[in-house]
Design a protein around this ligand. Structure first.
Ligand SMILES: Nc1ncnc2c1ncn2[C@@H]1O[C@H](COP(=O)(O)OP(=O)(O)O)[C@@H](O)[C@H]1O
Ligand SMILES: [Mg+2]
Length: 259
C-alpha cells in the first residue's frame, strides 16, 4: 500500500463522502488498485455502488456480516466483505447502519483503536491506496481511521468553516501521532462547494492557510454532484467534462503527486 488516506471532518455535509468517492474512483481510473472504506453508518459512499449495497440487506444480522461492522467486531481479514465495483481496480468495503453500534462496542476494549489498522495490514499487498470515508464525528471509528492511515485529508466548506473545528481535528491528529501512529501526516485541506467570487471565500482562505495546506484544486458548487449521486454515478461517469469532474481530477493528480 502506498498510502492510506483518511477523509475526515467532524462536521456533516462538508463534502467528505463526495471527495472520498471521487478520489477513490479517480485513482482507480489512473490504474491504481484502490479500496474505498465506507465507515459512515449512513452509507452514502456505499450507495454510489449499488452492485453491492449492504444497505439493501433487510436482515440486520446479514448486514453486519457483509459490512465493515464485522471487522470492528472480529478484526481479521476484510477480504470477504469487500465488493467488486463496476470499475476494475476499485473495491468497496461497504457500510451498514450497524456501524452506529461500533463506538459502544469498542469503548473499554484495550485494543479498540487498532481494529481497522490490523485488518488493513492483512491486505496491504493487494492495494496501492486505501481511501477512508469517515463519519461526521471524532468517534472511535474516526480514531480507528486515524490510527490506520498515512495521510489525513480535510474537506472544508466555506459556509460551515470554523477555526474551532480545524483545531479539534489537528488536536486529534497530534494525539494520534503521539500515542498511536507517528507516521500520520496532515496532507491538507480541499475546499469543496467553493465559489471564489464570494467575499466570504476571499476572507477565509488566508485564515485557513496557517493551519492547513490548501490543495490547489478547488471543487466548485455544481448541481451535477447531486444529480450524479441520485443516478448512483460519479461525476467521471455522469458529466466527465464538467467543472466539478475536472476539479476532482486535478485533486486526484495532486494526491498522486504526493507519492
Ligand atoms: N461540489 C458540490 N456541489 C454541490 N453539491 C455538493 C458538492 N459536494 C457535495 N455536495 C452535496 O452536499 C451534500 C453533502 O456532501 P457529502 O459529500 O455527503 O458531505 P459529508 O460526507 O461531509 O456529509 C450532499 O448532498 C452532496 O451531494
Ligand atoms: Mg458523508
Amino acid at each position: 500500500m502506498k498510502q492510506v488516506l483518511c477523509i475526515a471532518n467532524q462536521k456533516g455535509g462538508v463534502g467528505k463522502t463526495t471527495t472520498a468517492v471521487h478520489l477513490a474512483y479517480g485513482l482507480a481510473l489512473k490504474g491504481e488498485r484502490v479500496i474505498l472504506l465506507d465507515l459512515d453508518a449512513q452509507g452514502n459512499a456505499t450507495s454510489v455502488f449499488p452492485e453491492g449495497n449492504s444497505h439493501s440487506v433487510s436482515n440486520l444480522e446479514e448486514g453486519r456480516e457483509k459490512s465493515l461492522y464485522r471487522i470492528f467486531r472480529d478484526g481479521g481479514n476484510p477480504r470477504d466483505v469487500l465488493i467488486s465495483t463496476r470499475i476494475s481496480g476499485l473495491k468497496l468495503g461497504p457500510s451498514h447502519s450497524s456501524l452506529a453500534e461500533v463506538d459502544v462496542m469498542l469503548a473499554g476494549k484495550i485494543d479498540g483503536f487498532f481494529h481497522l489498522r490490523d485488518s488493513l495490514e492483512t491486505i496491504k499487498e493487494d492495494f496501492d491506496y486505501a481511501v477512508i470515508d469517515c463519519p461526521p464525528s471524532l468517534s472511535m471509528i474516526t480514531l480507528n481511521a486515524f490510527v490506520a492511515s498515512t495521510g489525513l485529508l480535510v474537506p472544508l466548506q466555506v459556509s460551515k468553516f470554523s477555526l474551532d473545528g480545524i483545531e479539534a481535528i489537528l488536536e486529534a491528529h497530534k494525539n494520534t501521532v503521539k500515542r498511536f501512529n507517528p507516521s500520520l501526516k496532515v496532507l491538507g485541506a480541499i475546499l469543496t462547494m467553493f465559489n471564489p467570487r464570494t467575499t466570504l471565500s476571499q476572507t477565509l482562505e488566508p485564515m485557513i492557510e496557517p493551519y492547513l495546506k490548501l490543495f490547489t484544486s478547488r471543487i466548485p458548487p455544481s448541481v451535477s454532484v447531486e444529480e450524479a449521486h441520485m443516478m448512483k454515478q460519479t461525476l467521471f461517469e455522469y458529466q466527465p467534462k464538467g467543472k466539478a469532474a475536472k476539479s476532482y481530477q486535478g485533486f486526484v493528480e495532486e494526491v498522486l503527486a504526493l507519492g
